[in-house]
Design a protein around this ligand. Structure first.
Ligand SMILES: [Ca+2]
Length: 353
């Protein structure tokens, strides 16, 4: 009896811990704000035309009242658009509405768009119209397969890369050797609006896509251990080669995520962080091996029972929380901020900063 009571107590502690973790995850990004100084929206008034402008463009970029065309559907073009204001937010989420379209038939179009958060801006080069190497984060919307050996993935292919300025982007391999993750997505010549979201919060990089006209985010990349400094610039660039497409940016909206950091983290000089990724899991991320020694000892009967019980409770809690979260219609999946498709509608929570 005593044993059972002890077991229940331990289980309860596990359950509470798990609940706390789940709650923390839901709270993450609960209060979001559109940051106008880092956002690019119709009708793009003042873009690039005055010293006080918040966005600059270069190359073949054409700014109209309804889209920013980084390249036209013509060969050997490149263009970019860059935020002039460095971003000092520690946790953010960027929503990009884009449109890739052209007359090229299947596999006869290219090369794609890159979304940037980098130290430098307005440096044209070979990486989708930007410099190589670069310092910071890139998310590539690669529409052309260069690597004919990499047939295990279909194109267009979305991938992410973090660079400390030491690695070159390998176009011939579609950046495979330096990518952190990716997914295939039909982003080209769609009749409906197409969106990409990039979230960076507490060392976690998440990329989501909404390209199927379902008004919901689909996960593409989700990795931890990413370190990015503050004070970098957001931008977008595109390039065409022998094959081409219109590469249009409709909007880039940056939301601040209100996330608490420890005083230790707050006291760090975030501008001095070098972009990096730790692909090795930390011990605390390894649930069944918290000390690194657990696997060294054989599992006794009660440990197996406890693990199974915790797993079961975990599944129940996740299912309940999942059901609650899915009812929250103002948000996309995994707590992503739900976008407003109509530019004229009020932004989420009516907060405009
Ligand atoms: Ca490519």
């Amino acid at each position: 009896m005593k044993n059972i009571r002890g077991l229940l107590n331990v289980t309860l502690v596990f359950l509470i811990l798990e609940l706390c973790l789940v709650c923390c995850d839901i709270t993450d990004g609960n209060a979001e704000h559109l940051k106008r100084e880092h956002s690019l929206m119709k009708p793009y008034q003042g873009v690039g035309s005055s010293p006080s402008s918040q966005w600059d463009f270069s190359g073949n970029t054409l700014v109209t009242s309804s889209y920013v065309r980084l390249t036209p559907d013509e060969r050997s073009k490149q263009g970019s658009i860059w935020n002039t204001v460095p971003c000092y937010l520690k946790d953010w989420e960027m929503h990009v509405q884009f449109k890739v379209h052209g007359s090229g038939k299947k596999n006869l179009h290219g090369d794609g768009i890159a979304i940037w958060y980098t130290k430098d801006r307005l440096h044209p080069g070979p990486v989708f119209g930007n410099q190589d190497p670069f310092l910071g984060l890139a998310v590539f919307l690669d529409t052309f397969r260069n690597d004919l050996h990499g047939m295990d993935r279909s194109f267009p292919y979305i991938s992410a890369m973090v660079n400390n300025g030491s690695v070159s982007y390998d176009h011939g391999k579609d950046g495979r050797s330096s990518e952190l993750g990716g997914c295939s997505a039909e982003i080209r010549n769609r009749e409906h609006d197409t969106y990409l979201a990039i979230r960076y919060s507490k060392g976690r990089l998440t990329v989501m896509v909404d390209v199927d006209d379902k008004n919901e985010w689909k996960e593409c990349i989700d990795i931890g251990g990413v370190r990015l400094p503050t004070g970098y610039f957001f931008g977008a660039s595109a390039a065409t080669g022998d094959l081409s497409d219109n590469h249009d940016i409709i909007s880039m909206k940056l939301y601040q995520l209100m996330v608490e950091h420890t005083s230790e983290e707050e006291n760090l000089d975030w501008t001095k962080i070098e972009p990096s990724v730790s692909l090795l899991k930390s011990p605390k991320d390894n649930i069944d091996d918290p000390t690194g020694n657990f696997r060294g000892t054989p599992l006794t009967g009660w440990k197996v029972f406890l693990l199974l019980l915790c797993a079961l409770l975990g599944i129940v809690v996740c299912a309940v929380v999942g059901a609650v979260v899915s009812r929250r219609d103002r948000r996309g999946t995994r707590g992503f901020i739900k976008k407003t498709k109509n530019e004229k509608e009020p932004y989420p929570r009516g907060v405009v900063k």
